[in-house]
Design a protein around this ligand. Structure first.
Ligand code: ZN
Length: 259
């Protein structure tokens, strides 16, 4: 099948003045989605599946940071340099810095092809800034998809993860076990449990996530944009559930089941 050239997201990953090789074509009703979900609910996988299906740009702030870390110092904007400096110190990047970084990529949000925002907004302040930016162009979000999973299930998922100390591949003790116990399938490196994936650390991370996102979730609920999706089952099941719910949004376009 000769699909359209996939958007390379150069403008998002590198920031101005980079241009994407394929600018999304104008659509009648592009999807403009925000994805929310605690660590471990599988949000990243859903973002990829949705990006493909909805033909929108996957705007992940995590990807921006990863891309920036690999670039030369002189290629980075002041906002990006500041953000990386906080990260190097192991500190949380402040709201205003994250917003500066997103704002210098605002045409990715305001373009005609739609987007799937992943990792942003994280706080109420960022959500208000995003609403203001989009409002200036008379745009609004189609929905805020919130992936929900009980805490004990998240702990079970994350604490089963094992990471390769050499190539960083991730396995799961029960869901995606390596062929040989504790040995990486790809490079034969030793698998270990990251500090972050220990049950105690997972609980702490989840508490922090809940505290910071509760006001954000309320904000979108009040705006009638919140779309809660149960994140149980396989990635395919979660994806099917998401598409079902998006289909039922009166204001959104119909998503074809297969093409
Ligand atoms: Zn490996």
């Amino acid at each position: 099948m000769n699909g359209p050239v996939k958007n390379d997201r150069a403008a998002w990953l590198q920031g101005p003045p980079a241009d994407c090789s394929a600018v999304p074509t104008e659509r009648k009703r592009p999807w403009r989605l925000v994805l929310l979900g605690a660590p471990g609910v599988g949000k990243g996988t859903q973002a990829e599946l949705l990006t493909e299906r909805l033909d929108a740009c996957h705007l992940s702030t995590g990807d921006v940071f990863r891309a920036a870390g690999k670039r030369k110092d002189c290629d980075q904007s002041p906002a990006m340099k500041a953000a990386l400096e906080y990260m190097r110190r192991g500190e949380l990047v402040p709201d205003s810095t994250v917003w500066d970084m997103v704002r210098e990529r605002s045409h990715c949000i305001l373009n005609c092809g739609g987007f799937i925002l992943d990792g942003f907004p994280r706080t109420l302040g960022q959500a208000e800034s995003l609403r203001e930016l989009m409002g200036s162009e008379k745009l609004s979000l189609s929905a805020v998809v919130n992936y929900e999973l009980p805490v004990d299930e998240i702990v079970r998922r994350l604490s089963g993860r094992r990471t390769c100390e050499k190539c960083k591949s991730v396995f799961h003790a029960t869901e995606r076990p390596p062929k040989v116990e504790a040995v990486c399938d790809h490079c034969a490196g030793r698998l270990f449990q990251r500090e972050d994936d220990r049950p105690e650390s997972v609980t702490v991370r989840l508490d922090a996530y809940e505290r910071s996102t509760a006001p954000l979730i309320q904000f979108y609920k009040d705006l009638g944009l919140l779309l809660p999706i149960a994140a149980k089952g396989s990635p395919e099941e979660i994806f099917a559930r998401t598409i079902d719910e998006l289909d039922q949004l009166a204001t959104g376009p119909v998503v074809s089941a297969g093409d």
